[in-house]
Design a protein around this ligand. Structure first.
Ligand code: NAG
Ligand code: NAG
Ligand code: NAG
Ligand code: NAG
Ligand code: NAG
Ligand code: NAG
Ligand code: NAG
Ligand code: NAG
Ligand code: NAG
Ligand code: ZN
Length: 596
């Protein structure tokens, strides 16, 4: 949910991979062999004085037969504000083929956010590449960003292939044989490992057309203190789900077991809802952070980053994970050429927020009161968002600088889906709802057909019986139009939508201060100022995340600050003095129309 890498969705989740876990080559007739890529990770522990662990990466590419000056492999320069491995002169990527050393030239394509390695001469036969991925140095000033980077944890390593494995440019539906293996020859015997791809030493990706994307969207964990819950040995069903953490569970500020049990049950229910017969397990990887609390979705997996000083309730975690698991299915592809996510983030985050609320309720995993509370928290989060009228384009541009912009697509998307659900119900005499076009889009994705914005608008037009209206609805969303909900929107579940006014979210100082760690732009007269926050105060610790106060109107902001060498705590309600119009839902019958 939070500060998660929603762009991952556009670039990665166009993947419907099934994985073979035994590593044996698929039995295929001996016709034109597919281009193959073998990837090996060799963790090296205690190799340098300063780094407890580094990751050797080697790739073998079957005869790429490239001319001189062609792009052999490419790697993103960054993901938002998170740098990927540089593999520059300081720590180079080395290549060799049948003719020996193959010199490579680096070119950066800033426009497409890619570093490319170009051949210095024609290649001959298979090309081998080797490089060393180094864990990123992070400290309290490292801004929160997408959880794709390689981190050192308890002497082990955790990170995504996206940030560290250069690969041939994935061409649309060009099938590849991709095999991934761990090489533990330089690891102590007590080393364990797991990845989004599986828990075997070697895994072959069986979804050939999407194999490169599947690899990129995978997380890898290796170390001597990795724990799995439930233990893989427990039973075959248990191995359909796994939660992995490094070190001692007592250092984690929530119950790993309770959370894992909840997610596992929810995952199984959701597989049923989305008609997913795939037997791929779902895996959650935990890592501590110095600041952030949030996560990122990957291939059949999720990285949850927690911060021991931030107090998080069990229900908040459950909602976050329900959201992330939802990302496994309903997805909109990005429009070709669109890299900002402006065109599809609203859909991907909006529908995950919608199902995060509605599915646990439908499955009986949330009480009605809990469901209503969650729905209302998300409604208020939209109406009280300080940048509620920002366009999708601008929100995408500013997501890593402005957490309010980052949150907007989640709640705006939710309101859109509630509106569309109502329209579909009206058009179908209550027989169908938003599930219908959403599942149709998913079906197209599964069949390898287009599942982008144009396709969605088409399906939404059919489901609502008015193509013009469906397109207008989207245009409103994209332009940052203020979205309302008819009072009857939720009547099919016995709820009425009522008008209300609530206090706008107001941190009371520049949100950029959360990254710079020095307060600036304190709003005169704000509750932050009243609580004693002043320009120039250093932020020692953030005890509540921005998204927590955004989503829960009752929550206070809580910070530890330092001024002239003295540390002190402040807690205040980060809301404006004036109220803004919004909507809430109530049990039908608890209000009379006249009250509105
Ligand atoms: C690395 O060295 C440290 C300190 O000597 C030791 O505690 C740790 O177990 C070593 N790690 C491995 C994987 O051997
Ligand atoms: C990858 O590994 C498979 C199985 O070991 C092998 O058949 C294939 O030739 C390898 N491909 C490359 C490019 O090394
Ligand atoms: C090599 O390719 C790059 C871009 O792919 C191009 O800008 C450059 O002119 C090419 N150089 C030669 C010598 O062909
Ligand atoms: C190589 O990349 C690292 C990490 O991004 C950077 O610190 C270093 O300055 C770069 N070196 C060169 C020669 O570009
Ligand atoms: C590439 O690596 C494979 C497997 O590691 C090895 O068998 C082969 O000889 C290497 N080829 C070259 C050209 O280095
Ligand atoms: C794993 O083995 C290494 C080297 O044998 C040892 O230093 C380390 O303490 C062991 N770690 C654990 C968690 O047992
Ligand atoms: C985990 O930490 C607790 C309390 O800090 C300690 O009692 C326990 O022995 C530790 N467990 C392991 C396996 O290190
Ligand atoms: C379709 O919706 C538009 C508004 O977006 C409206 O003007 C038009 O009358 C609707 N058409 C039908 C057939 O309901
Ligand atoms: C929240 O902050 C307000 C001031 O803005 C304060 O009056 C209230 O006591 C705080 N609540 C808690 C639970 O700390
Ligand atoms: Zn999300």
């Amino acid at each position: 949910m939070l500060l998660e890498a929603s762009l991952l969705l556009s670039s990665f989740h166009a993947v419907s991979a099934a994985l073979r876990a035994d590593g044996s080559p698929a039995q295929q007739p001996l016709v034109d062999a597919l281009p193959s890529i073998n990837v090996t990770f060799t963790p090296i522990f205690n190799a340098t004085a300063t780094l407890p662990a580094i990751l050797g990466i080697s790739l073998s590419l079957s005869s790429p037969n490239l001319p001189a000056n062609a792009s052999l492999v490419e790697l993103s320069l960054a993901f938002g504000n998170v740098p990927c491995q540089a593999y520059n002169e300081t720590n180079p990527l080395l290549a060799a083929d049948d003719h020996g050393v193959l010199d490579l030239k680096i070119t950066d394509d800033e426009e497409h956010n890619l570093r490319r390695w170009l051949t210095s001469r024609p290649t001959s036969g298979a090309v081998n590449l080797s490089m060393t991925a180094l864990p990123r140095k992070v400290d309290i000033t490292t801004p929160i960003g997408a959880r794709v980077d390689l981190h050192e944890l308890n002497g082990g390593l955790l990170g995504s292939a996206f940030s560290m494995v250069p690969l041939p440019a994935p061409r649309l539906n060009t099938p590849h044989d991709v095999t991934f293996c761990w090489d533990l020859s330089r690891s102590p015997p007590n080393t364990s490992f797991a990845s989004s791809l599986g828990e075997d030493l070697c895994t072959e990706i069986t979804d050939k057309p999407q194999a490169i994307q599947a690899l990129q969207s995978s997380i890898f964990a290796v170390g001597t203190t990795i724990h799995r819950y439930p233990p893989a040995s427990q039973s075959p069903e248990m191995s359909q789900f796994g939660l992995f953490y490094f070190g001692n569970a007592t250092d984690i500020p929530f119950s790993v077991v309770k959370l894992a049990d909840y997610i596992q049950a929810l995952f199984i229910n959701m597989c049923g809802f989305f008609d997913d017969s795939d037997t791929r397990p779902y895996r959650v990887f935990l890592r501590p952070s110095l600041r952030g609390f949030g996560g990122a979705g990957f291939l059949s997996s999720f990285m949850l980053e927690y911060f021991p000083s931030v107090k998080v309730e069990q229900w908040e975690l459950e909602w976050l994970l329900a959201h992330e698991i939802s990302h496994n299915w309903p997805l909109m592809d990005s429009t070709p050429g669109q890299t900002s996510g402006a065109d599809n983030t609203w859909y991907n985050e909006g529908i995950a927020t919608y199902y995060q609320i509605f599915l646990p309720y439908r499955f009986g995993k949330t009480t009605r009161a809990g469901f209503l509370q969650q729905l209302n928290m998300n409604l208020q989060a939209y109406y009280t968002n300080p940048v509620v009228k920002m366009s999708n384009e601008e929100a995408a541009e500013r997501m890593w600088q402005n957490p309010a912009a980052q949150r907007l697509p989640y709640h705006r998307g939710l309101i859109y889906f509630l509106r569309m659900d109502y329209l579909v119900r009206q058009a179908s005499d209550g027989n169908l709802g938003i599930d219908s076009p959403v599942l149709q889009l998913l079906e197209r994705k599964r069949k390898g057909e287009a599942f982008d914005l144009d396709t969605w608008n088409l399906l939404a037009g059919e489901a609502t019986g008015n193509a013009t209206r469906a397109r207008d609805e989207y245009s409103d969303v994209a332009a940052g139009g203020f979205l309302g909900l008819p009072p009857q929107t939720l009547s099919h579940i016995g709820l009425s939508v009522i008008a209300t006014t609530q206090e706008r979210l107001e941190l009371g100082f520049d949100t950029a201060s959360l990254n710079s760690r020095v307060i600036s732009g304190v709003v005169p007269g704000s509750r932050a100022e009243e609580a004693g926050v002043r320009d120039g105060d250093a932020i020692v610790e953030t005890r509540v995340m921005y998204w927590q106060v955004a989503d829960d109107i009752s929550r206070n902001m809580s910070l530890r600050l330092e001024r002239e060498g003295v540390e002190f705590d402040v807690s205040y309600w980060p809301r404006s003095r004036e109220k803004v119009p919004g909507l809430q839902s109530v049990e039908t019958g608890t209000v009379h129309r006249e009250d509105l």
